[in-house]
Design a protein around this ligand. Structure first.
Ligand code: KIV
Length: 293
């Protein structure tokens, strides 16, 4: 993601190297802002995002040059032990979001608005968004739904809060959609395009496309002026987002087809736990090196 050449703001100064060697591309902004999402689309530079739910991963991903971190309601499955995202509450996400926002220097932090916190109408939606902005230090909020959520998006944006929209497969509507079903296939592309237009017109600064065919995502990306972010929507979008526990091989159970695993953290942690247990049982830990005189 690139900076904005014509502004002198310090946010646009390039970042220095970091201990993880994460090399944000030359000219990458010091602090990512919504304008940098727009610039990235204009300049054809891909935007990168990962979910994060804690300060340790937030710091690592930030220093590796990931552009934005989503404190997703996928914390329901990945942190809180729920089967779906539906039970997740605002009160559960607020401390996680605060931990992530407090740990980053460069990345743009997006707070996910959970099921039940905005569907009742624009005033409820604004109330939730204001809580996230005041209580966590997040830089934007995300909510699901296209045409059905456009009034909520307009109200939140009107109050000066950036909104990342989320269309295609929307996990909070899992039961309404009949399960994990790819959206925007065949005739469904018309609704997808209508949803995309609705969230852009309502003022969203970016839109997540989840589980839609690559060609449908390409059509949305060409239609819109705001950047599109793929989660299982193929390569023709302006950016990519993955759930970090899927991407790092930590998730237990089903991982969607679109996920590419970049590590095997489950294996690494399981081996470390077994080695430590063996050491303790055999008297190898702790030795003098790990004991006080
Ligand atoms: O909660 C989440 O992680 C999400 C992404 C899958 C888009 O909403």
């Amino acid at each position: 993601m690139s900076g904005e050449p014509q502004t002198a703001a310090s946010d646009d100064q390039p970042v220095e190297q970091n201990p993880y060697g994460g090399a944000p591309s030359p000219g990458a902004p010091k602090r990512v802002r919504t304008r940098h999402f727009q610039n990235a689309k204009r300049d054809g530079i891909k935007i990168t995002g990962l979910t994060s739910y804690d300060q340790l991963t937030a710091r690592i991903f930030d220093e590796a040059g990931i552009d934005f971190l989503l404190v997703g309601d996928s914390a329901g499955n990945n942190v809180l032990g729920y089967e779906t995202t539906l039970p997740v509450t605002v009160d559960e996400l607020i401390p996680l979001t605060r931990a992530v926002a407090g740990a980053v220097k460069r990345a743009f932090v997006v707070a996910d608005m959970p099921f039940g916190s905005y569907e009742n109408g624009p005033e409820d939606a604004l109330h939730t968004a204001v809580r996230f902005m005041k209580e966590t230090g997040a830089h934007a909020v995300k909510l699901e739904g296209g045409e059905r959520s456009h009034k909520q998006i307009r109200r939140i944006v009107g109050a000066g809060i950036p909104v990342m929209a989320h269309i295609g497969y929307t996990p909070q509507s899992e039961h309404g959609l009949g399960g994990h079903v790819i959206q925007g296939r065949g005739e469904g592309v018309r609704q997808l395009l209508a949803d995309a237009k609705a969230v852009q017109d309502a003022g969203a600064f970016a839109v997540v496309l989840e589980m839609v065919p690559a060609d449908a995502a390409r059509q949305v990306t060409e239609l819109l002026d705001i950047p599109t972010i793929s989660v299982g929507a193929g390569p023709h979008t302006d950016g990519q987002l993955l759930v970090w526990t899927d991407w790092a091989g930590l998730t237990i159970g089903r991982v969607p087809k679109f996920v590419k695993q970049y590590a095997d953290l489950s294996g690494i942690l399981a081996n470390a736990a077994k080695a430590w247990r063996d050491d303790v049982e055999s008297g190898g830990y702790p030795n003098a090196e790990h004991s006080y005189e």
